[in-house]
Design a protein around this ligand. Structure first.
Ligand code: TXA
Ligand code: MG
Length: 327
């Protein structure tokens, strides 16, 4: 029904019953609909529809080998497409709905497009908490594949306006549910019985997860870095156009300065009170604003404590500062 070059105008849908019905209908027809979650906006497609999923990769300009997270309304829907071992069940009970993604074995009869998992025998699944996401997932009778709704490598969107900045004309609609409360992508965990792993730090601090399961999480591999042949190499991601300098205690001329806690002379402050939850919620929006302000100058960023949500904030900042691919 839709083709990549035919998505001419992206419509903005309201988050009331009319908008939600329209969003579900578009998804059912193979359309691409960006929708808010409590973490970031996702670019949703019917996870059973090969063509719709292929269009997600096209719209984002994303390498095909990177699998997508599947969004479901509840645990029961998750069990229908994946095997959850007792550790996965415990994690789901503790953190769903919420900012946790579990990478678990896919049921062969789940009916998902193989493009969603990039041919892997596992699938990343998540039950989001945001009421708008919940309403959409309950209206739509199938799993929804959704990566963050930004062009590949750029800053993730935390508002409908951010989505339109990056993907206008490339997707059918954006469901406008205002700003995302958490502001960082979900924490991704591989609930291996013998060695549970943190695959990506995110909206739920790893310490909180470790406390809930009573055991430590092993580190990585960091999921966005698994480009074949470059294990462990930091790839540019979540990147503004301007270059970044991290751990900056003050700005050097001609930099612009993104502060945290006490940061005299900063242009914007992620959290003057030094609150990591507030900083996480502001991070992506402020990086966009700093980028607009920078006009080619470098962005200096205050040091951020590396615990709790600070771990995920630092992960995103390091990727944003990583060397850019040539061209
Ligand atoms: O908060 C979030 O997680 C947001 C919202 C929209 O839910 N989504 C998001 O998706 O951040 P995305 O596609 O930008 O990042 C998903 C990450 C990718 O880096 C991918 O490699 C990893 O999840 N992933 C997905 N399925 C996987 C699997 N089966 N094995 C390993 N990694 C997986
Ligand atoms: Mg992403």
């Amino acid at each position: 029904m839709f083709s990549a070059d035919s998505a001419s105008e992206t419509i903005r849908l309201s988050d009331d019953a009319i908008g939600l019905d329209a969003a579900a209908e578009l998804l059912g027809a193979g359309g691409l609909v960006a929708f808010p979650t409590e973490t970031v906006y996702g670019l949703g497609a019917d996870a059973r529809n090969d063509r719709a999923v292929a269009r997600v990769f096209e719209a984002k300009g994303r390498p095909q080998f990177n699998p997508l997270i599947v969004h479901l309304p509840d645990l029961e829907a998750a069990r229908a497409i994946a095997h959850l071992n007792p550790l996965a069940e415990d994690l789901a009970a503790a953190f769903w709905p919420g900012a946790l993604t579990l990478v678990v074995p896919l049921r062969p009869d789940a009916g998902l497009s193989p493009l969603v998992t990039a041919g892997l025998p596992t699938v990343g699944i998540r039950v989001p908490d945001s009421p708008v996401a919940q309403s959409l997932l309950r209206r739509f009778p199938a799993p929804v594949a959704a990566p963050s709704a930004n062009p590949s490598g750029r800053i993730s969107p935390t508002s409908a306006a951010h989505v339109l900045e990056g993907l206008s004309g490339r997707i059918e609609a954006v469901l406008d549910g205002g700003s995302c409360a958490v502001g960082l992508e979900s924490t991704i965990v591989l609930p291996d019985r013998d060695c549970p792993r943190l695959l990506r730090p995110g909206g739920i601090p790893h310490e909180t997860i470790e406390r809930a399961i009573g055991r430590p999480l092993a580190a990585g591999p960091v999921v966005e870095d698994h480009a074949p042949g470059s294990p462990g190499q930091m790839s540019s991601h979540y990147a503004p156009r301007a270059p970044l300098r991290l751990e900056a205690r003050s700005a050097r001329d001609p930099e612009v300065y993104l502060g945290f806690a006490a940061a005299p002379g900063c242009d914007l402050n992620l959290s003057p009170a030094g609150d990591l939850t507030e900083a996480a919620a502001n991070l992506f929006g402020y990086l966009r604003r700093m980028d607009a302000l920078a006009q080619g100058r470098r962005i200096a960023v205050s040091p951020i404590p590396d615990h709790g949500l600070g771990r995920a904030i630092n992960d995103r900042l390091r990727r944003a500062a990583a060397p850019r691919p040539a061209g």
